[in-house]
Design a protein around this ligand. Sequence first.
Ligand SMILES: [Zn+2]
Length: 239
Amino acid sequence: MNLLKTRVDNSKANLIGQRFGRLTVISEGKTRGYYKYYLCKCDCGNEKEIYEANLRRGLTKSCGCLQKERARKANLIHGHAAKGKKTKLYRVWCGMHNRCKCKTNSSYELYGARGITVCDEWKEFLPFYDWAIANRYREGLEIDRIDGNKGYGPDNCRWVTPRENGLNKRNNRLITINGETRTLSEWAEISGINYDLLWYRVHAGWTGTDMLKPPRTSRPKTRFYEDEDEDEPTKTGTE
Ligand SMILES: [Zn+2]
Protein backbone atom coordinates (compact mmCIF):
# COMPACT_ATOMS: atom_id res chain seq x y z
CA MET A 1 0.00 0.00 0.00
CA ASN A 2 2.75 2.34 0.98
CA LEU A 3 4.72 1.47 -2.09
CA LEU A 4 1.77 2.21 -4.35
CA LYS A 5 1.16 5.55 -2.67
CA THR A 6 4.78 6.57 -3.17
CA ARG A 7 4.62 5.64 -6.83
CA VAL A 8 1.49 7.72 -7.35
CA ASP A 9 3.05 10.69 -5.57
CA ASN A 10 6.15 10.43 -7.72
CA SER A 11 4.12 10.42 -10.87
CA LYS A 12 2.30 13.56 -9.73
CA ALA A 13 5.53 15.29 -8.93
CA ASN A 14 6.89 14.33 -12.31
CA LEU A 15 3.99 15.64 -14.26
CA ILE A 16 3.89 19.16 -12.85
CA GLY A 17 6.22 21.36 -14.81
CA GLN A 18 6.49 18.85 -17.65
CA ARG A 19 5.78 19.72 -21.22
CA PHE A 20 3.55 17.77 -23.56
CA GLY A 21 3.60 19.30 -26.99
CA ARG A 22 2.44 22.87 -26.45
CA LEU A 23 1.21 22.17 -22.94
CA THR A 24 3.02 22.83 -19.69
CA VAL A 25 1.49 21.20 -16.64
CA ILE A 26 0.83 23.81 -13.95
CA SER A 27 -1.02 21.99 -11.22
CA GLU A 28 -3.34 19.18 -10.38
CA GLY A 29 -6.84 19.65 -11.57
CA LYS A 30 -10.13 18.07 -10.70
CA THR A 31 -10.67 14.40 -10.38
CA ARG A 32 -13.78 13.25 -12.17
CA GLY A 33 -14.58 9.80 -10.93
CA TYR A 34 -11.47 7.76 -11.66
CA TYR A 35 -10.20 10.31 -14.12
CA LYS A 36 -7.45 12.59 -13.05
CA TYR A 37 -6.99 15.94 -14.74
CA TYR A 38 -4.15 18.43 -14.77
CA LEU A 39 -4.35 22.13 -15.32
CA CYS A 40 -2.08 22.98 -18.22
CA LYS A 41 -0.99 26.18 -19.84
CA CYS A 42 -0.80 26.09 -23.60
CA ASP A 43 1.81 28.01 -25.60
CA CYS A 44 -1.04 30.01 -27.11
CA GLY A 45 -1.91 31.35 -23.65
CA ASN A 46 -5.00 29.27 -22.94
CA GLU A 47 -5.30 27.26 -19.77
CA LYS A 48 -7.18 24.03 -19.80
CA GLU A 49 -7.64 20.91 -17.70
CA ILE A 50 -6.44 17.86 -19.54
CA TYR A 51 -7.05 14.21 -18.76
CA GLU A 52 -3.86 12.78 -17.34
CA ALA A 53 -3.80 9.61 -19.40
CA ASN A 54 -4.14 11.60 -22.60
CA LEU A 55 -1.15 13.71 -21.62
CA ARG A 56 0.92 10.65 -20.81
CA ARG A 57 -0.04 8.87 -24.03
CA GLY A 58 0.72 11.95 -26.07
CA LEU A 59 -2.88 12.13 -27.29
CA THR A 60 -3.36 15.73 -26.18
CA LYS A 61 -0.66 18.20 -27.13
CA SER A 62 -2.45 21.53 -27.03
CA CYS A 63 -5.52 23.27 -25.69
CA GLY A 64 -7.12 22.55 -29.03
CA CYS A 65 -5.34 25.28 -30.94
CA LEU A 66 -3.15 22.76 -32.77
CA GLN A 67 -6.16 21.00 -34.28
CA LYS A 68 -7.74 24.33 -35.12
CA GLU A 69 -4.61 25.40 -36.92
CA ARG A 70 -4.41 22.13 -38.81
CA ALA A 71 -8.05 22.40 -39.77
CA ARG A 72 -7.58 25.98 -40.85
CA LYS A 73 -4.59 25.04 -42.93
CA ALA A 74 -6.43 22.13 -44.53
CA ASN A 75 -9.48 24.29 -45.24
CA LEU A 76 -7.40 27.10 -46.53
CA ILE A 77 -5.38 24.91 -48.84
CA HIS A 78 -8.56 23.22 -49.95
CA GLY A 79 -10.28 26.55 -50.49
CA HIS A 80 -7.42 28.01 -52.48
CA ALA A 81 -5.90 25.09 -54.27
CA ALA A 82 -8.87 22.91 -55.18
CA LYS A 83 -8.51 21.51 -58.65
CA GLY A 84 -10.06 23.79 -61.21
CA LYS A 85 -10.89 26.37 -58.53
CA LYS A 86 -7.51 27.80 -57.66
CA THR A 87 -7.76 31.30 -56.28
CA LYS A 88 -5.80 34.20 -57.72
CA LEU A 89 -3.67 34.37 -54.61
CA TYR A 90 -2.82 30.69 -54.86
CA ARG A 91 -1.84 31.24 -58.46
CA VAL A 92 0.43 34.10 -57.41
CA TRP A 93 2.11 31.74 -54.95
CA CYS A 94 2.49 29.00 -57.56
CA GLY A 95 3.74 31.43 -60.18
CA MET A 96 6.39 32.77 -57.83
CA HIS A 97 7.69 29.25 -57.15
CA ASN A 98 7.53 28.20 -60.78
CA ARG A 99 9.48 31.21 -62.01
CA CYS A 100 12.21 30.47 -59.47
CA LYS A 101 12.37 26.69 -59.63
CA CYS A 102 10.87 25.35 -62.77
CA LYS A 103 13.38 25.38 -65.61
CA THR A 104 10.69 24.96 -68.19
CA ASN A 105 8.86 28.09 -67.00
CA SER A 106 8.99 30.81 -69.65
CA SER A 107 10.27 33.33 -67.08
CA TYR A 108 12.81 31.04 -65.40
CA GLU A 109 15.62 32.82 -67.18
CA LEU A 110 14.69 36.07 -65.42
CA TYR A 111 14.25 34.50 -62.00
CA GLY A 112 15.63 31.09 -61.10
CA ALA A 113 18.53 31.37 -63.53
CA ARG A 114 19.46 34.72 -61.99
CA GLY A 115 19.47 33.28 -58.50
CA ILE A 116 16.09 34.71 -57.49
CA THR A 117 14.58 32.45 -54.86
CA VAL A 118 11.56 32.20 -52.60
CA CYS A 119 12.34 32.50 -48.88
CA ASP A 120 11.96 29.40 -46.68
CA GLU A 121 8.96 30.84 -44.90
CA TRP A 122 6.97 31.08 -48.12
CA LYS A 123 7.68 27.53 -49.22
CA GLU A 124 4.30 26.77 -47.72
CA PHE A 125 1.19 28.55 -48.84
CA LEU A 126 -0.20 29.36 -45.38
CA PRO A 127 2.54 31.78 -44.21
CA PHE A 128 2.42 33.44 -47.60
CA TYR A 129 -1.35 33.77 -47.31
CA ASP A 130 -1.02 35.32 -43.84
CA TRP A 131 1.55 37.80 -45.09
CA ALA A 132 -0.61 38.66 -48.09
CA ILE A 133 -3.67 39.36 -45.94
CA ALA A 134 -1.68 41.33 -43.35
CA ASN A 135 -0.28 43.42 -46.18
CA ARG A 136 -3.67 44.28 -47.67
CA TYR A 137 -3.68 41.91 -50.57
CA ARG A 138 -6.82 42.08 -52.65
CA GLU A 139 -7.68 40.39 -55.88
CA GLY A 140 -6.14 42.13 -58.84
CA LEU A 141 -2.96 43.20 -57.09
CA GLU A 142 0.40 41.92 -58.24
CA ILE A 143 3.37 40.96 -56.14
CA ASP A 144 6.34 43.23 -56.59
CA ARG A 145 9.90 42.74 -55.43
CA ILE A 146 11.22 46.04 -54.11
CA ASP A 147 14.82 45.19 -54.91
CA GLY A 148 14.95 43.37 -58.22
CA ASN A 149 18.16 41.59 -57.26
CA LYS A 150 16.68 40.09 -54.14
CA GLY A 151 14.29 37.21 -53.86
CA TYR A 152 10.73 36.74 -52.73
CA GLY A 153 10.21 37.25 -49.01
CA PRO A 154 8.29 39.46 -46.60
CA ASP A 155 11.16 41.97 -46.45
CA ASN A 156 11.38 42.51 -50.17
CA CYS A 157 7.82 42.26 -51.40
CA ARG A 158 4.75 44.41 -51.62
CA TRP A 159 1.43 44.42 -53.43
CA VAL A 160 1.01 46.84 -56.26
CA THR A 161 -1.70 47.47 -58.80
CA PRO A 162 -0.96 46.33 -62.35
CA ARG A 163 -0.88 50.04 -63.22
CA GLU A 164 1.80 50.75 -60.61
CA ASN A 165 3.68 47.71 -61.78
CA GLY A 166 3.41 48.92 -65.34
CA LEU A 167 4.57 52.40 -64.37
CA ASN A 168 7.47 50.95 -62.47
CA LYS A 169 8.41 49.08 -65.55
CA ARG A 170 7.80 51.66 -68.24
CA ASN A 171 8.04 54.96 -66.45
CA ASN A 172 9.48 56.42 -69.65
CA ARG A 173 12.78 55.11 -68.48
CA LEU A 174 15.52 56.40 -70.73
CA ILE A 175 18.47 54.18 -71.36
CA THR A 176 21.65 55.26 -73.02
CA ILE A 177 23.57 52.63 -74.92
CA ASN A 178 26.60 53.57 -77.03
CA GLY A 179 25.71 57.23 -76.70
CA GLU A 180 22.18 56.69 -77.98
CA THR A 181 19.32 57.48 -75.62
CA ARG A 182 15.96 55.80 -76.05
CA THR A 183 13.12 54.51 -73.96
CA LEU A 184 13.22 50.90 -72.89
CA SER A 185 10.38 49.96 -75.23
CA GLU A 186 12.23 51.51 -78.13
CA TRP A 187 15.30 49.48 -77.28
CA ALA A 188 13.11 46.41 -77.12
CA GLU A 189 11.80 47.11 -80.58
CA ILE A 190 15.20 47.84 -82.04
CA SER A 191 17.00 44.89 -80.50
CA GLY A 192 14.22 42.37 -80.73
CA ILE A 193 14.86 41.51 -77.10
CA ASN A 194 11.80 40.94 -74.97
CA TYR A 195 10.77 44.11 -73.16
CA ASP A 196 10.50 42.35 -69.80
CA LEU A 197 13.96 40.92 -70.16
CA LEU A 198 15.37 44.39 -70.82
CA TRP A 199 13.47 45.73 -67.86
CA TYR A 200 14.87 43.07 -65.58
CA ARG A 201 18.34 43.78 -66.83
CA VAL A 202 17.94 47.45 -65.93
CA HIS A 203 16.54 46.41 -62.59
CA ALA A 204 19.53 44.14 -62.04
CA GLY A 205 21.97 46.92 -62.77
CA TRP A 206 23.04 46.01 -66.30
CA THR A 207 24.29 48.87 -68.41
CA GLY A 208 25.72 49.63 -71.85
CA THR A 209 25.90 47.04 -74.59
CA ASP A 210 25.42 44.24 -72.07
CA MET A 211 21.80 45.30 -72.06
CA LEU A 212 21.41 44.14 -75.64
CA LYS A 213 23.08 40.76 -75.35
CA PRO A 214 20.87 38.08 -76.79
CA PRO A 215 19.10 36.04 -74.14
CA ARG A 216 20.56 32.67 -73.28
CA THR A 217 17.73 30.71 -74.77
CA SER A 218 16.51 32.10 -78.04
CA ARG A 219 12.84 32.87 -78.20
CA PRO A 220 10.67 32.64 -81.27
CA LYS A 221 11.15 35.77 -83.32
CA THR A 222 7.52 35.83 -84.31
CA ARG A 223 6.85 37.38 -80.91
CA PHE A 224 8.79 40.46 -81.89
CA TYR A 225 8.15 40.84 -85.59
CA GLU A 226 4.47 40.77 -86.12
CA ASP A 227 4.82 40.71 -89.91
CA GLU A 228 6.67 37.44 -89.81
CA ASP A 229 3.97 35.40 -88.29
CA GLU A 230 4.47 32.31 -90.40
CA ASP A 231 5.95 29.35 -88.64
CA GLU A 232 9.61 28.79 -89.11
CA PRO A 233 10.22 26.96 -92.35
CA THR A 234 10.45 23.26 -91.72
CA LYS A 235 13.18 21.24 -93.34
CA THR A 236 14.40 22.30 -96.74
CA GLY A 237 13.07 19.23 -98.51
CA THR A 238 10.67 19.98 -101.36
CA GLU A 239 9.30 16.52 -102.00
ZN1 LIG B 1 -3.39 26.49 -27.32
